[in-house]
Ligand binder design. Structure first.
Ligand SMILES: Nc1ncnc2c1ncn2[C@@H]1O[C@H](COP(=O)(O)OP(=O)(O)OP(=O)(O)O)[C@@H](O)[C@H]1O
Ligand SMILES: [Mg+2]
Ligand SMILES: [Zn+2]
Length: 327
């Protein structure tokens, strides 16, 4: 996976590690200032550590094993005193430890000689120009989801009110992210414009990213562009393309807005089908109605979608328009 992004990301990790160390040092200094006894304790611990290390080659100690045991007990006592002091002063007991952004790889980008999921995600964010995704997810997430936009009165011939319907979909989505690892099921959101399909996709994306899952979010037309470009222009991008098939969760937004060509169908089919075979989950959203989809896409695509995805219909009143009226 050698490309211009990789070296950029490696530098980013070096910075992250440095920052983590600096932040830790700041916390240590703060504690030493507020609780001087802890500084003494740390000094004692390191001096005992030194004694243990040198005892092995020392000739003056008769029973080395016994000696090491005694010294280790001293260290344990000191450590207990330290944590008691920290909590008595209202600090969490791990306050003086180093804190990494990613616990899995300790901000190195690698675990067990493989790229960590956080590394893959960084690469994807660059390659798929998702760098602004994090900002959107701060605004559009399960906590900010507003049910008020969905009227709680009968709507056309639907058996549920728009409110009841969205409550059901929301609960399903929350549960989906909670049990993500156990499920082998993809989601399909359809319905008219401005009903929160993209919003709810973002809620799911955020929850999964927070869990350390590798997520790609793209509109169908961007996705087609990316595939086309890398197929015809640059062969070094095949690894990033692989992520379309490999990533934990692929969100294809606005299906139906992509330019329609036999080529785009076959690429789309390939991605969806390969992921299904590899038991990889996806979310597709569209403002097509089911009939339109059946009419517009080849049967081999629609039968896969209808067979492997759980379908959710969004209905109600366009939230974009409601927001405008409010203003
Ligand atoms: N539950 C919600 N709470 C607050 N704001 C919402 C909610 N759902 C949607 N919105 C806002 O309403 C607007 C339209 O929502 P969104 O883009 O998710 O609709 P959509 O169903 O994806 O529409 P389209 O089919 O046109 O893509 C956005 O500005 C979004 O932030
Ligand atoms: Mg949308
Ligand atoms: Zn990591």
């Amino acid at each position: 996976m050698k490309n211009k992004y990789t070296s950029e990301i490696i530098k980013e990790y070096e910075k992250l590690q440095e920052t983590a160390k600096q932040e830790q040092q700041k916390r240590i200094n703060e504690i030493y200032f507020k609780i001087p006894r802890i500084k003494e304790i740390d000094e004692q611990i390191s001096s005992i550590g030194f004694k243990i290390a040198t005892s092995i080659i020392s000739k003056d100690i008769e029973n080395v094993e016994e000696y090491i045991k005694m010294q280790s007990e001293k260290i344990t006592d000191l450590k207990i005193e330290k944590t008691e002091l920290l909590s008595r002063y209202g600090y969490p007991i791990d306050y003086m430890e180093i804190k990494y952004k990613c616990k899995k790889c300790k901000d190195t980008g690698f675990t067990e000689n493989k790229y960590c999921s956080c590394f893959r995600q960084k690469l994807i964010n660059r390659y798929y120009q998702q760098s602004n995704l994090r900002d959107i997810l701060k605004i559009e997430n399960f906590d900010t989801f507003n049910f008020e936009y969905y009227p709680n009165r009968p709507y056309n011939n639907e058996s549920l009110t728009p409110r009841e319907n969205i409550e059901r979909i929301y609960a399903y989505a929350v549960n989906y992210t909670k049990n993500f690892d156990k499920l082998n099921e993809s989601l399909f959101f359809y319905g008219s414009s401005g009903l929160g399909k993209t919003f709810l996709s973002n809620c799911i994306a955020k929850e999964l990213l927070d869990k350390g899952k590798v997520v790609i979010y793209q509109t169908a037309s961007n996705l087609m562009d990316i595939i086309r470009k890398s197929r015809f222009e640059d062969t070094s991008n095949t690894n990033e393309l692989n992520e379309l098939l490999e990533c934990d969760f692929l969100i294809i937004d606005d299906l139906g807005t992509e330019p329609v060509t036999p080529y785009s169908y076959s690429e789309l089919f390939n991605v969806i089908n390969t992921r299904i075979l590899n038991k990889k989950k996806m979310l597709i959203s569209t403002n097509f109605h089911l009939n339109d989809i059946i009419q517009n896409y080849p049967e081999r695509i629609t039968s896969r979608i209808l067979g492997h995805f759980t379908l959710f219909k969004f209905f109600g009143e366009d939230i974009r328009i409601q927001k405008k009226f409010k203003k």
